[in-house]
Structures are given as C-alpha cells and as structure tokens.
Design a binder for this molecule. Structure first.
Ligand code: 1DF
Ligand code: MN
Length: 346
C-alpha cells in the first residue's frame, strides 16, 4: 500500500528579476494598496506593515532547496507553482509581458527538472491581451505548463471587461483553467480595507476576488465562454456561502432591468465554471459545507506556501471529515483533471 498522492495547488514562488522590479515599484510613486505588503516582502528597510519579519522572500525564491525538503518531510508530492501576487500586474504592459515570459521560462525549467514534484501555472499580462494570448499558447504548448494565474484586477479593471477577452478566449480554447488569485483591493475598492491589518489575507483579498467573481457571473461572461474554468482559493472566497442570495438577488435585478440578462442563473455559472481550493482555510466545517454545496469534483487541496505552513495544511486534510474517495479527489484526482497533471501509474 502506498499513501495517497498529495498535490498542493496554490503554491507561490518568485524569481529575482520580478522581485527586483517589485522593489522598484514600492520605491516609486504608486499609491496602490499592494505597496504595503510588497514593501514588507521586497524592501524590508522601508516596511511599515511588519511583514518584513515574516521573511517570505526566502521561501518565494527557493524552490528546490528548503521547499523540497519540507515537501519530503510532510509527504507533499507536488506543488503546483504560481508566480506570487501581484504577479506582473503592477508593471507597465511591456515590462509585464517580458517578465511573464521570463517567469514562465524559469517555471517550465524547474518543472522539467522535477516532473513529479512541480507543475506550474503560467503568468500573462492582461493589459496587453493579444500578446498575453500568444504567451498563453506558448505556455500550454512548448513550455508544457498546466494552466494560468491572474492576480485579480489589473489597474482597477476586472475580467468582465471585454478588453481582456482575448485572454479568456485563449484559456477556453486551450482547455486551461485560470486561477484568480487575490491581490490587494483596487484603488476604487480599498477605502475602509486599509486599517487594522484588514487589507490582505484577513479580509481584503476575499472582498477583492469575491467581487471579481460576481462581476464575471453577473456580466454574462460565461455565456460568451461557456467552457471557461476559473479556479479560486480560500474555500471559494466566501461565495459558496453567499451564492443562494447572489442568485436570488441577481434574478430580481435582472427582472427589473438592473442587471444584464443571462442564459443561466448565478448558481448555475458557479457550479459549471468554477472550482475552488482550500488555501488558508483549515476549517473542517467550511470544507464540508463547500463540498456539499459545489460537489466533490470541484474542490482541490492547497497549502498557500510559503504564506501558510505546510505541516498543518497536511494534517488538516488528513483528518478532514470526508470519505476516503473524497480525500483522493481533494488531494490529487481533481488537480490531475483540472490542471492536466499526469496521474501516477498504478
Ligand atoms: C498573503 C496571503 C500573501 C496570500 C500572498 O501573496 C498570498 C498574506 C502575496 O498573508 O499576506 O498569496 N494568500 O493567498 O492568502
Ligand atoms: Mn496565495
């Protein structure tokens, strides 16, 4: 008897070139809320958030050292790596396009060196959508990567905006899932999220990505791209809990002309077009609820390393109140299907 394969699906990394470019951004004039956290990670001397003391940068830049050692120690077979938030979306479109390609090259190299230990989600620059679509084809073709990552808004705009639809069209055509990961709330959303440490993972990230998801569903994006798959972390960014009310209120808004007509209900889009991962929500009741709400085929395990420690994420899923066949799907079956990861030979 071998133990169950464990594939973690929201695992962050970076490369020195992107880290340096983010340090330049935090020293520049931008007033974006992402600067708070990015200072803590990339420019420790100017940190005002306290993040610097967590020393995330070492964990992000390391893939084949300490990370792999911990994966061995805790029985984590594979990390599905993605360039950490905010990815390339704070850079101008040309820089973002170049750095996405560079990060994707590095990612493909590390996956090729360790084909059973690492898979990867490719970055792209939404603000140059035509070039992004070509990079997406390169990533799923010659680079052999496994899907895409985008860090929510780009310059305060969301993927319901048709200017980004080349990217959605490419993902759908490639049968490749887009993981919408958080970044700090856009300038137009950030106001009351800036105090008490609420800006990032405690609350702001979920507000940002949940808003993004509802915008896409309510805009009818999935009528245009019915086969598009979107993955979100953090047990669905609270949407599983809200979806009944979102559905009810959206149908009312449609009836009185406040929302566009859509072919399906919000609940139907959520069921058909979204999958979710457990990152950073190690609550057995929330897991059970999410599975019962969206179906066992649509929930995947993740750690969110290095922002969350590996050992408790494994302990959580080992002990979760699910059947053994459900645990198989959570730990690897769904990840293999959604992210084109070869199953292990029996
Ligand atoms: C944090 C959390 C940072 C997540 C992240 O990337 C991140 C954090 C900069 O705790 O500040 O990916 N997360 O996904 O929850
Ligand atoms: Mn994360």
């Amino acid at each position: 008897m071998t133990r169950m394969r464990r594939i973690a699906t929201e695992e962050a990394f970076s490369v020195p070139e992107v880290a340096h470019a983010l340090r330049d951004i935090v020293r520049g004039p931008s007033s974006s809320l992402d600067k708070l956290l990015c200072r803590g990670i990339y420019d420790a001397e100017t940190d005002e958030s306290g993040y610097a003391s967590m020393n995330f940068l070492d964990g992000l830049l390391d893939v084949e050292g300490e990370r792999l050692r911990q994966m061995d120690q805790y029985g984590v077979d594979m990390h599905l790596l993605s360039l950490t938030a905010p990815g390339v979306q704070m850079f101008d479109a040309d820089t973002a396009t170049d750095l996405a390609a560079l990060a994707n090259d590095r990612l493909a190299e590390v996956c090729a060196r360790h084909p059973t230990r690492f898979a990867g989600l490719a970055s792209f620059a939404p603000h140059s959508p035509k070039r992004a679509a070509r990079e997406m084809e390169r990533a799923m073709g010659p680079l052999g990567l496994n899907g895409f990552i985008v860090n929510s808004h780009t310059n305060g705009e969301y993927l319901d905006d048709p200017k980004y639809w080349d990217c959605l069209e490419a993902a759908e055509a490639l049968n490749a899932c887009i993981y919408i990961h958080p970044r700090a709330a856009s300038d137009t959303l950030k106001g009351p999220l800036q105090d008490y440490g609420m800006d990032s993972a405690m609350w702001g990230y979920g507000v940002e990505v949940g808003t993004h998801m509802v915008r896409m569903m309510a805009a009818g994006v999935f009528d245009r791209f019915p086969k598009l798959k979107i993955c979100v972390g953090h047990m669905g960014e609270a949407i599983p809990f809200w979806i009944w009310r979102i559905t009810f209120m959206n149908s009312r808004a449609q009836a009185i002309g406040r929302a566009p007509k859509t072919e399906l209900t919000m609940a139907e889009y959520f069921q058909r077009n979204f999958v979710l991962t457990t990152s950073g929500v190690e609550d057995p009741l929330a897991l059970r609820y999410a599975i019962d709400k969206v179906g066992i085929d649509n929930v995947l395990w993740s750690i969110d390393y290095p922002y969350q420690p590996m050992e408790p994420a494994v302990a959580f899923m080992d002990a979760a109140p699910v059947s053994e066949s459900e645990r198989h799907q959570l730990y690897h079956g769904n990840a293999e299907r959604i992210f084109h990861i070869a199953p292990l030979a029996d």
